[in-house]
Design a protein around this ligand. Sequence first.
Ligand code: PXP
Length: 245
Amino acid sequence: MTRLLINIDHVATLRNARRETFPDPLSAARACLDGGADGIVFHLREDRRHIKDADVERIRAELDTKLDFELSLAEEIVAICCRNAPELATLVPERREEVTTEGGLDVLGNSKRLSSVIPRLYDHGVAEVALFVDPDPEQIEAAARSGANAIELHTGDYANAADAAARAAVLSRLATAARQAHDLGLRVHAGHGLDIHNYPAFSKAVPHLAEVSIGFAIVSRALFIGFKAAVEEMRSIIEAHPHVA
Ligand code: PXP
């Protein structure tokens, strides 16, 4: 069964909008775990627009679950990730002016930096390193050479596809990429824009899905039905739609 990890960044976005101490991302994470989440994801951005350093420390100290620390290759953030030694570190590109992560990491262009960061993460006790990539064969080959043990496929183009033809085309690229990654010995994660509506067609097309990372849709749904119910709802969709073999 594909594991469901929940990204709680946007609980912090709401808190920070009023420079308040609530809503608390840690409390939201606990409610997600109550709802059956298999782990918690956060992205400590260089501009600290949502999750802050103190959130990372509290989440690490208080939760006994798989943590996925999303990070850029910036030295300051890599050092914080090493100190907190999450179970999973997912390396992502980051641009200050973007509203959210807009595409996959350029693994080829960053190969030198990756060759120093990835071994450091393992040395500090990070069990698994994933690279967030577009479904591009060259990037996936480079990911396999990098020493990472997983990729996270960027599903934003699937979630935002303008019509059925565009959706089918991107699903086909994602399926090919998942097969290639699996054949190269990489675990396959996926995320960005996934929700209860688009997950069934996604899992019907894309094999080897070990894990999905979902944030915005869950936080948005939780405003109306609460985190526990929002996660239970997503879980039941995943269980009803196992990924294709
Ligand atoms: N995976 C990665 C690498 C991301 O950057 C994001 C967005 O923060 C997600 C998954 C989750 O995307 P969404 O919030 O659209 O579910």
